[in-house]
Design a protein around this ligand. Structure first.
Ligand code: MN
Ligand code: MN
Length: 383
């Protein structure tokens, strides 16, 4: 029997036994490290994985949206994410919210706009590998271009929900008509045709593909904000490493992104994101392609291993040690996200490599030549 069709069983090195009762083989196949964890795993560590495939999907005329928040992944209190699709011309209703919004375009393209507090409108088109960042509280729009769009949204609070944003139709429908008439200087009958879709909001709806950006400018002299709210992440020169490459985007290059820092990591087959941790924030991961595994070291003798594949979310609580290993035969690509103005990590091997060798030896009983071979700079991804 080939290993690809074999039913996995929790049996290893003389331990365990076959599963006799009900089971979900598809889920067990995707999570071999849960069915049979490495012998080094120990203790109780919270769940650190959530597949977007298990999130409720809100399916509407203009596309769909599914979210991974603290309700789906309780450990992730600092960051929530939304995976959203808009069909060609599809519109995410004009809105704002209490959280800062960071986005990565996965496929297709869209037009985004944001109004800053000085009344200046920023408008731009983005496509695959581009980002946008909208500070908390500022109103914005998203509309898909001719190919449609899919993107990942990341918010600086695990409590965020796509269902609790401030929608323009919601406000209109919950304001007395005479107040609307007074505010806009028109008769109350001007509002007779306000949409009364489900919940008296539109949220996401079908629309016409907008014209070229040069033809879609506001009909008045636009005053652009001084800083760009979009960024071409894929245009950044990657940092090449023995096992892959990485691009880091935070407020040091994408100036407006004061609350979210990101790394786009590509690990080649056989490669591994080295043992490391982050000294500033929790890590929230989104897996874009390939498959991998991660063990999180939680101190106090606790450690737990998870398997991830494209479309999954991973989480690493603040300061916990971890690695991410490519376990497949294609490039493993994922985003590391942090609620911070800057990306920061600490490399275990670099730390050991710059310490006095005798101090390292006293702890781990490593041979002198092993210690002498430790790196002085971060490997980031080992081959
Ligand atoms: Mn938004
Ligand atoms: Mn990390």
């Amino acid at each position: 029997m080939s290993t690809t069709t074999r039913i996995p069983e929790p049996i290893v090195e003389g331990r365990g036994g076959t599963i006799l009762g009900p089971r979900n083989v598809a889920v067990e196949r995707e999570n071999p490290s849960s069915l049979v964890a490495p012998a080094t795993d120990a203790g109780t560590v919270p769940n650190l994985k959530w597949p977007f495939a298990l999130s409720h999907n809100r399916v509407l005329s203009g596309g769909w949206a599914r979210e991974t928040t603290v309700r789906e992944l309780p450990i992730s209190t600092e960051i929530a994410g939304v995976n959203m699709r808009l069909t060609p011309g599809g519109i995410r209703e004009l809105h704002w919210h209490k959280e800062a919004e960071w986005a990565y375009v996965i496929a297709g393209g869209c037009r985004v706009s944001i109004l800053d507090e000085e009344g200046r409108l920023f408008i731009d088109d983005v496509s695959v590998g581009d980002l946008w960042y909208f500070p908390a509280g500022l109103p914005h729009s998203i509309q898909a271009l001719q190919d449609g769009v899919e993107f990942l949204l990341v918010f600086d609070s695990g409590d965020f929900s796509e269902n609790e944003t401030f929608l323009i139709t919601d406000w209109f429908n919950h304001t007395p008509r005479d107040v609307l008439a007074k505010n806009f200087g028109v008769s109350a009958s001007a509002f007779d045709a306000l949409p009364t879709d489900i919940g008296h909001t539109r949220y996401m709806f079908a629309g016409d593909v907008p014209p070229a950006l040069s033809d879609d400018a506001p009909p008045y002299p636009a005053v652009q904000p001084p800083l760009s709210y979009t960024w071409h992440m894929h245009a950044q020169e990657p940092t090449k490493t023995p096992g892959g490459q990485v691009r880091i985007t935070d407020s040091r290059n994408f100036t407006v992104s004061k609350r979210i820092a990101a790394a786009l990591v590509e690990i080649e087959p056989g490669g591994m994101r080295e043992l490391h941790w982050h000294p500033n924030a929790d890590e929230w991961q989104y897996y874009l392609s390939g498959q991998g595994r991660m063990t999180v070291f939680a101190s106090g003798g606790k450690s737990r291993t998870f398997d991830y594949q494209a479309g999954d979310v991973g989480s690493v609580p603040f300061a916990m040690g971890h690695y991410v290993q490519n376990t497949g035969d294609e490039t493993l690509t994922y985003l590391e996200m942090f609620r911070s103005d800057h990306f920061a990590d600490v490399s275990l091997s670099q730390w050991m490599g710059v310490l006095p060798p005798e101090l390292v030896k006293a702890h781990l009983n490593l041979d002198d030549d092993v210690i002498a071979g430790l790196p002085r700079s971060k490997p980031i991804i080992v081959a």
